[in-house]
Write a protein of this length. Structure first.
Length: 324
């Protein structure tokens, strides 16, 4: 019992430190970019997007390095399901979301294409180094596309003003670099603590690393997106609230899933494709239909938010029954 308490404590401390370190990492890297004259929309789409996915990225890297790659893979898929079902569901329940940004509407189909590519790569139930390299190359291509997209976006795009308003206060370059380094070190340390606790809990309960990654770790590492989306929605910055989730989901598939392939190639459990990946794809298609806005502004209302939340809880219950 004392050992279980120790592992649970490690997870709790890891999550708290991870969330704090990710926020400091975003402040530092955004400050550096701002001092270099990078436009707010580019900072928002790339640096802030990467920062909110930093917990998943570091957890995946550490887990793979320590011989538990399926925990990282489960974290990527589980975080995407959590982002749509729990985060957007809960956010829309608090305040209905309206999608007006043309930049955001261009991200929807790209996310679906990325999901299709990843699905094709893992059809052989194997995540190899070649697969990891393809995904990492896709990440670089996505970052290049986002920068080009931000440069071409019209000044009237609502996301321009929303990101400009959300940029942290100007930091002198030494202070920005200091927070960047502190955030980076904090992410590495907290990830190690979290992975240690998660792996030991999985072994103690007799469940797979994949299940722990899909549930406890996925929900915990998605907390920065939850906080960011709810705060943005309450500030009437609806495009950022949904944009955080879309950007995070793209990073999870390209950055988080590439690391297990590059560091520790492994065979994937059959349930990952038949159950978890299918659920993730279904959630994304449902969100696309609800929020895209084929004839004008898209909208995610409270009833739709409640529907997403109920689907998420049903999926978690399904995982629980499968693990039992």
């Amino acid at each position: 019992m004392s050992a279980m308490f120790q592992y649970s404590g490690a997870i709790a401390i890891g999550f708290i430190l991870l969330i704090w370190a990710a926020e400091r990492f975003v402040v530092g890297s955004s400050g550096i970019a701002r001092n270099l004259g990078v436009p707010p929309l580019i900072i928002g789409l790339t640096i802030v997007g990467f920062g909110t996915s930093a917990p998943e990225i570091f957890v995946s890297a550490i887990a793979s390095w320590q011989g538990s790659p399926t925990l990282g893979i489960g974290n990527a898929i589980g975080s995407n399901i959590t982002n749509v079902g729990l985060i957007l569901g809960l956010t829309a329940l608090i305040t209905p979301l309206t999608v007006q940004s043309e930049t955001l509407k261009r991200e929807f189909p790209i996310l679906l294409v990325i999901m299709l590519v990843v699905w094709l790569l893992i059809q052989d139930k194997d995540l190899s180094r070649v697969d990891g390299l393809i995904l990492f190359t896709g990440l670089l291509g996505m970052l290049y596309w986002m920068v080009r997209l931000a440069k071409r976006s019209r000044v009237s795009d609502p996301m321009q003003a929303e990101y400009a308003a959300e940029m942290p206060e100007a930091l002198p370059m030494p202070g920005a670099i200091l927070w960047f380094v502190i955030g980076l070190v904090g992410l590495m340390v907290s990830s190690r603590i979290l992975v240690w606790g998660a792996v030991n809990i999985a072994q103690s309960l007799g469940v797979s690393d994949l299940v722990i990654g899909l549930t406890i770790v996925a929900i915990g590492t998605s907390l920065p997106e939850l906080a960011a989306s709810i705060v943005s929605a309450l500030k009437n910055e609806h495009d950022i609230a949904i944009g955080n989730v879309l950007g995070s989901n793209m990073y999870n598939l390209l950055a988080v899933m590439s690391l297990p392939g590059l560091i520790a190639p492994s065979t994937l459990p059959a349930s990952l494709l038949s159950r978890d990946y299918s659920v993730m794809l279904l959630f994304t298609i449902i969100l696309f239909v609800m929020a895209y806005g084929f004839k004008g502004s898209g909208r995610l209302n409270r009833i739709e938010g409640l529907g997403l939340l109920c689907l998420f809880l049903a999926y978690e219950y399904w995982i629980f029954l499968s693990a039992m």
